[in-house]
Design a protein around this ligand. Structure first.
Ligand code: MN
Length: 203
């Protein structure tokens, strides 16, 4: 069963003015579609065809660069669309906020370290908020389409929030102003979805 490009769970215009409709359309319909197709082509006829994306990512060092790049691209964008939304922004509450206070020094400190991870990722990549194997929150970043589920990752864990800092994610609207895109991102984070991912990763 080939991997399917998921439908965007809201309209291309839904995240405006923070992320413009044209960027969303190209990003989902062209970039994410290409990662999905290329992943399917790269695993066609191999043992990995019948595995979950998580199983593939956990073994990616044994497979191939096309699977690492496109499997990462497939998974990362699935997560990215999910954790944003038109009624996003604000701050989390409950156990997630308590964990941010305990493990990351509080809300302001978290925003600073996440933004810093996204700003300082040289070239293309992602910033992440993850739950580590010992059930702590951590902020990290990865190059290209790598992520923290991959066996090759320096810092491993379950991503619950991710920010795409490839230029294709922001260039039409923000050009070279990556920091402006990063601060705008905080207005579209769907903390209900991130909280559900946190709760599931903590089990
Ligand atoms: Mn992207």
């Amino acid at each position: 069963m080939a991997f399917q490009l998921p439908a965007l769970p809201y309209a291309f215009t839904a995240l405006e003015p923070h992320i413009d409709a044209r960027t969303m359309e190209i990003h989902h319909d062209k970039h994410h579609a290409a990662y999905t197709n290329n992943l399917n082509n790269a695993i066609a006829g191999t043992e990995w065809e019948s595995k979950t994306i998580e199983e593939i990512l956990a073994n990616v060092s044994k497979i191939s660069m096309p699977v690492r790049n496109n499997g990462g691209g497939f998974y990362n964008h699935n997560l990215f669309w999910e954790i944003m939304g038109p009624n996003g922004g604000g701050a989390p509450t409950g156990d997630l906020m308590a964990a941010i206070e305990t493990h990351l020094g509080g809300w302001e400190k978290f925003k600073e370290s996440f933004s810093n991870a996204a700003t300082t990722r040289f070239g293309s990549g992602w910033a992440w908020l993850i739950v580590t194997p010992d059930k702590k929150l951590a902020v990290t970043s990865t190059p290209n389409q790598d992520n923290t589920l991959m066996d090759i990752a320096d810092v491993k864990g379950t991503p619950i929030l991710g920010l795409d800092v490839w230029e294709h994610a922001y260039y039409l609207n923000y050009q070279n102003r990556r920091p402006d895109y990063i601060s705008a991102f905080f207005n579209v984070i769907n903390w209900d979805v991130v909280t559900a991912k946190f709760n599931s990763a903590m089990k």
